[in-house]
Design a protein around this ligand. Structure first.
Ligand code: FES
Length: 146
């Protein structure tokens, strides 16, 4: 795949405990990554993932707090199970499971988000584009908090 993959990052607003990491995500995220901040991964409706896929995202990353560190106690545990089941469904209809990645961050993690996004982008680049389910592929997927 020669073109840069389009990625969507659903990020719990509490999961990046290092201000420098949050600053990087807020201001220096590469243009090919669309940021969607959420109050908790527990608030991510599976249809948000479908919307990203239909919008032409080649890969979707969900970053959240470790289960025992969720600000809403168990908000992300149910979400994790629900989103993983939904990614099974997406895999079944042709959006490979490797295109969706869950990243659970610890209080001590620093600089992980940059490394994980780079590794994920490399993985998605190797997989190639995912336009088979995109119904709005012509629309731009990129930028910050669009
Ligand atoms: Fe971060 Fe729930 S508050 S995942």
């Amino acid at each position: 795949m020669s073109e840069t993959p389009k990625l969507v990052l659903f990020q719990c607003q509490w999961c990046l405990f290092a201000p420098a990491d949050q600053e990087w995500v807020d201001t220096q995220l590469p243009e090919n990554i669309h940021l969607a901040k959420v109050p908790c991964t527990g608030r991510i409706n599976p249809l948000y993932l479908l919307n990203a896929v239909q919008g032409g995202a080649d890969g979707v990353m969900v970053s959240g707090c470790l289960p025992e560190q969720c600000h809403f106690k168990t908000g992300n545990i149910a979400a994790r199970r629900q989103l993983e089941e939904f990614s099974d469904y997406l895999n079944h209809i042709g959006y490979e499971q490797d295109r969706i990645r869950f990243l659970w961050l610890d209080l001590q993690d620093r600089g992980i988000i940059q490394k994980e996004l780079a590794a994920f982008e490399a993985q998605i680049t190797a997989l190639g584009p995912a336009h088979n389910l995109a119904t709005r592929a012509a629309e731009k997927v990129g930028g910050v908090n669009a």
